[in-house]
Design a protein around this ligand. Structure first.
Ligand code: SF4
Length: 347
């Protein structure tokens, strides 16, 4: 009896690699195999577009060029260099992970996927990317780009919001995986962001269009399939911008809720200060799963005694606009400070 051959799709991975060799984007982190730099770049660009994050990445690497420098830095300085990138927990985690590398790996970046995965804040995607790009690891760095490209190539309706999607698409990726997994992972990143985009993919320029089932069936808009939408939670916050003669009060957030370790205005004030409230501004701000409505009260304190008592009782930090540039604030509060004019009034 004639035996049916298992279908092979390795030629898809080879085509992608050929395309990448001619079309790879010229990005600064493509010139290096230094795992420290690749790791930082993977974390920086997780939630940030390349164009928006490039200056931040370059500044960060300039100030913290290696694991040791980063591990020895003050956490607040690391947060300051993360300013503008958002998701500050990433900065806190990379700082801790750098200390982990110094303490547990004698300052040498771990080579194995499983070891890289043990670093604080490093998930399967980042571990696969670093191990494949820097140490010839063989694990696909599966992310949203993989979900989109693979579901279209195979016209596969597996729901990407399913908790098993990561494992499912990892297995699918293995069907087309070439030997050079490092370049393949980077090629998928470029293809997903430049060609096989979420909306209006450029199929005419795609190196895989002859192999793409969704393209040949004219069903691209049907893939990937995603059923579950995470509903954003509405949240109200209050802050008091307590100021006097150009100085204002701040504190550092300690809880594990949003904006951990960033600086903020006092969230409550004493009864004596209520009479100094001059105005209130409501700011709406979106986080990944939260819609924030933030009321910021402008409290201009006319009494030196009440000002001093309030500071002493609550251990607030007194700063001014210039001093605030040395610290990281949540974006809505940073915007508010920028509007605090030179005559010490709120615009
Ligand atoms: S042909 Fe179109 S849909 Fe298919 S992989 Fe290429 S860009 Fe994506």
């Amino acid at each position: 009896m004639e035996k049916t051959a298992t279908p092979t799709f390795k030629h898809i991975g080879s085509k992608l690699l050929n395309w990448y060799q001619k079309n790879a984007r010229d990005l600064p982190f493509r010139q290096t195999k230094d795992p420290y730099k690749i790791w930082i770049c993977e974390i920086v660009f997780q939630q940030t577009r390349i164009n928006q994050g490039l200056n931040h990445y370059n500044n960060f690497i300039k100030r913290f060029p290696d694991v040791k420098t980063l591990a020895e830095a003050e956490e607040n300085e690391v947060l300051l260099y993360w300013k503008g990138l958002g998701y500050y927990s990433r900065a806190i985690n990379i700082h801790r992970a750098a200390q982990q590398i110094m303490n547990d790996y004698h300052g040498t970046f771990p080579h194995e996927y499983e070891e890289i995965l043990k670093l604080k804040g490093v998930g399967k995607y980042t571990a696969a990317a670093v191990s494949s790009i820097c140490f010839d690891g063989k694990i696909p760095a599966v992310d949203g780009n993989f979900y989109r490209v693979l579901s279209r190539i195979f016209a596969d309706d597996f729901d990407i919001s399913n908790s098993r999607a990561f494992n499912y698409f990892s297995e699918l990726a293995h069907l087309i995986l070439p030997d050079n997994v490092g370049d393949f992972n980077q090629a998928m990143m470029d293809l997903g962001s430049e060609i096989c985009k979420p909306k209006n993919p450029l199929c005419g320029e795609c190196p895989l269009h002859e192999d793409c089932l969704a393209f040949s069936l004219n069903k691209i808009s049907e893939f990937p399939v995603k059923t579950k939408k995470v509903k954003a939670e509405d949240l109200s916050l209050k802050y008091y911008f307590v100021h006097r003669n150009g100085k204002f009060l701040i504190q550092q957030r300690k809880d594990d809720f949003i904006w951990k370790k960033l600086f903020e205005f006092p969230p409550v004030i004493s009864d004596e200060l209520i009479s100094f409230i001059k105005s209130v501004k409501t700011v709406n701000h979106k986080l990944t799963h939260k819609n924030l409505s933030i009321e910021i009260f402008n409290v201009e304190v006319d009494s030196e005694d009440i000002w001093k008592d309030f500071i002493a009782e609550n251990n607030f930090i007194v700063t001014d606009v210039e001093g605030s540039h040395e610290r990281s604030f949540p974006k809505p509060l940073e915007n508010y400070i920028q509007n605090y004019d030179t005559a010490y009034r709120i615009l």
